[in-house]
Design a protein around this ligand. Sequence first.
Ligand SMILES: Cc1cc2nc3c(=O)[nH]c(=O)nc-3n(C[C@H](O)[C@H](O)[C@H](O)COP(=O)(O)OP(=O)(O)OC[C@H]3O[C@@H](n4cnc5c(N)ncnc54)[C@H](O)[C@@H]3O)c2cc1C
Length: 400
Amino acid sequence: MVVKTDVLIIGGGPAGSYLARYLVRNGFNGDVMLIDKKSVIYAPVICGELLPSEDLLKPWINRDLYDVLLTTLRETLRKEFIVNEIGWLRLVINGRDIARMPFRTYVIDKSAMIRGIIEDAINGGANVRFGITAVKCATKNGGYECLVHDKDGGECVISAKTLIGADAYPSIVDLSLGITRGFRAEDLIIATSARARGRYVDDEAVIVMDPGVAPGGFAWIFPRGDGSHNIGVGVRNNIAWRGGNPIDYHALFVSKYGLESTQRSVLMKTLPVGGLLNKYGAGNAYLIGDAVGSVIPTNGAGINPAMITAHLLGESMMLGYDYSSLMNRLFKPLMDRMVMFRRIGDPLLMNRDAMELAVKVSRSYMTSSIYEATLSSMRMSTLIKFLIGDLLIKFISKLS
Ligand SMILES: Cc1cc2nc3c(=O)[nH]c(=O)nc-3n(C[C@H](O)[C@H](O)[C@H](O)COP(=O)(O)OP(=O)(O)OC[C@H]3O[C@@H](n4cnc5c(N)ncnc54)[C@H](O)[C@@H]3O)c2cc1C
């Protein structure tokens, strides 16, 4: 059986659901179909569920990009999706409290937020199907055909004029059509996600930089306001499996940082932190969200960045703009800068002694650099700080 649609979106996370909503709400002239392999809308959630408040990033990023970010927040983040308001960021390095800095953010119910976006999309006329997995896509007669399986073992072909990979990294659209070069192992994080209890303050998000428990990444504790916390560990892919596996690092984090798991299972997912891929699409096939590498490399935030890419593609499709040009103008400069910061910091993230020495040499310098990188700062002063930091880290690496 062949099902026909004008636009096929594969993946109903922040990127795909936002795009479906955007298109139907803005009067796209054609059928919009969204499929997702999950049988229940966006469950289980593998995420820290932390989102910035409207003002958090305003002083740090470019105005045009901030406007798009603000739009994505205002269109999707309803009050009822916020489970806790955070006021502070506590930075812990190698088990020691290093700093506490202002950080107005929210812990959200991501699943409820995605349901809200998808309901809007359905109400606007999108055809949304869950429990459908795209297995393979190919070009056909100037358009695309995707073979899909349903959860009951059935299969069919969906034919579309425009095809969107919103199915995270690596995207089946990318793999099938060979659009990009993909990421190298060192540009991927394996991240765990679970719930825990522990004596952490309700209005503080805690970031733990400790190469012993999170080599090449960091661990986090995001309080939900009811005594429970979203926790996880991000370990760089090229070392994640070397001396154990990410679940072992997660267990070490839980025991070392006074946490008590409230869930038996720990979930895991791959997160790209290498910046945007070398291409964002080919012909009328496009990649958005994690599928195009939109996660901010310095902090792992990917919910609103995914929506930003969906917004830019939606705008391109509605107004006849070129998606790649729009991405290159508005989003790529920030992503390139953040990859550079991440790469400069890598030697410290990988080596406990080097991290220790760096804090000893200049605690305030380290703290402000990490804080500004967490806020995705595009300021010249942050750039200079990182370039000087680069020299310092090279010097420290020689000593340690
Ligand atoms: C442990 C962890 C913690 C995180 N914490 C945060 C955080 O606190 N804040 C933040 O902003 N970001 C966070 N992120 C990043 C954020 O979750 C992602 O960047 C964001 O969800 C990306 O959205 P997306 O729509 O591109 O992809 P996803 O959210 O991954 O959605 C992709 C969808 O595609 C579907 N799919 C995949 N393959 C197929 C297929 N073949 N056929 C059909 N459907 C398919 C999946 O079922 C899924 O629903 C975290 C990520 C992880 C892994």
